[in-house]
Design a protein around this ligand. Structure first.
Ligand code: APR
Ligand code: PHB
Length: 389
């Protein structure tokens, strides 16, 4: 087999890249380790930046998002009973879209199937070969046989635990990491969301987030110990803990119900530099991870894809190598800003067990600045809706 671009991983990064390439007439094959059903069973964040929304619209994949998604003009940040409303529309003239990542992934699969483009599922033991030469190929096993695909380029879209990043020799890659001393316990419940906008809450009892998927599906999170077993958190204890952490006005009126999903996620910041090596380019979680505060994971994956699609289109359609040469620099410049924002929002809103009284005062001063200073609110708003590509 031969193709122009082999895409490793059929998550949102790989699928979005595949759609850009299909539209430009650039041949590509996606190799995915799991089944489509497995990929679509993962529940992830649900906020799309304007840049992500625009990419889906340009690719003709936004019909369902524009019909079923919710446009949000702002968000609420709270500290115990104090509330700060951040008005995105006022500060940035733009908005975000509430639409689950699982739905985005579903729409991308529909688009790919409509194009008749191939995805090879249950591709195992992928090996990237000759990445630094002009004879690049990918080997994998499927159905007990070894297969080989010759290609010009490889896009490593295989998430944090994939093989692509590991294919860059350790001597040529630097990794930067911060592990946070807590996790998020999240539930989905078929209840009416507590408020029309998201509420990011800090409180004396720790962090909580009130989010949503639709008019009758709420998504809530509370800061917990990263080692907690979600099964040991009863729904009742979860709701009690959530209500302790959000302003009384919301705690008093929240609609509670049984959880239909409950899980614990660790919080980590991670960046791999560079994001390219020979003919391999990394996109999304394969190259970087953010803590979920601020919902930058999917959106930063989407900006990587934008730069890579642009680079490959320039190369194949105009014979211009500049984008391919500078991909890592362009992508990393934006990645680090998303890392900074996610780290800052996490620092602002969580309880850190190691914090001294001084550190706590600094956090409260940061909240006070945000409350009183429209410029601080504007900076939050600009980062939240997404910095320009
Ligand atoms: N071979 C083939 N496929 C692989 C391999 C491998 N060795 N390893 C992982 N994969 C597949 C996974 O099964 C998954 O479907 O790669 C895909 C990677 O998807 P994600 O982990 O969702 O990463 P990405 O597409 O970059 O999406 C980024 O998703 O993880 C969230 O917070 C993240 O929202 C962000 C977004
Ligand atoms: C979510 O709805 O799952 C969500 C929203 C905002 C975040 C993180 C997660 O910052």
């Amino acid at each position: 087999m031969r193709t122009q671009v082999v895409i490793i991983g059929g998550g949102p990064s790989g699928l979005l890249l595949g759609q850009h390439l299909n539209k430009a007439g650039i041949e590509n094959i996606i190799l995915e380790r799991k089944t489509k059903e497995y990929v679509l069973s993962r529940i992830r964040a649900g906020i799309l930046e304007i840049g992500t929304v625009n990419q889906l619209r340009e690719l003709g994949l936004a019909q369902r998002m524009d019909k079923e998604g919710f446009v949000h003009n702002g968000t609420v940040i709270s500290y115990n009973d104090e509330q700060i409303r951040i008005d995105f529309a006022e500060h940035t003239n733009t908005t975000v879209m509430v639409y689950g990542q699982t739905e985005v992934t579903f729409d991308l699969y529909q688009g790919r199937e409509a194009d008749g483009a191939s995805v090879i599922y249950e591709a195992e033991d992928i090996i990237l070969q000759e990445v630094k030469s002009d004879a690049t190929y990918v080997e994998f096993k499927k159905g007990g046989k070894t297969h080989k695909i010759d290609c010009d380029y490889i896009a490593g879209c295989d998430g944090f635990h994939g093989v692509s990043r590991q294919s860059i020799p350790i001597t040529h890659r630097k990794e930067f990491e911060k592990i946070y001393p807590f996790g998020w316990l999240g539930i989905l419940s078929e209840t009416k969301p507590i408020h029309e906008e998201l509420i990011y809450a800090n409180s004396d009892a720790g962090f909580a987030l009130c989010s949503m998927r639709n008019a009758n599906l709420s998504r809530y999170y509370i800061q917990c110990d990263a080692r907690d077993n979600p099964k040991e958190w009863s729904d009742q204890v979860f709701w009690e803990e959530l209500r302790r952490r959000i302003p009384t006005e919301f705690a008093d009126t929240i609609e509670m119900g049984p959880s239909i999903e409950k899980s614990v996620a660790p919080l980590r910041s991670f960046v791999c530099e560079p994001m390219q090596w020979g003919r391999l380019f990394l996109c999304g979680d394969a190259a970087h991870i953010v803590p979920p505060t601020g919902a930058k994971g999917l959106n930063t994956a989407a900006s990587d894809v934008y730069y890579l699609a642009d680079a490959l289109k320039r190369h194949y359609l105009q014979g211009d190598p500049s984008g391919v040469k500078t991909y890592s620099q362009r992508a990393l410049a934006r990645v680090w800003k998303a890392e900074r924002f996610s780290w800052w929002m996490t620092s602002l809103l969580h309880h850190f067990p190691e914090h001294s009284k001084f550190d706590q005062k600094m956090q409260m001063a940061d909240v006070a600045l945000l409350k009183s200073n429209p410029n601080a609110q504007a900076v939050l708003a600009q980062n939240y809706v997404g910095l320009p590509y």
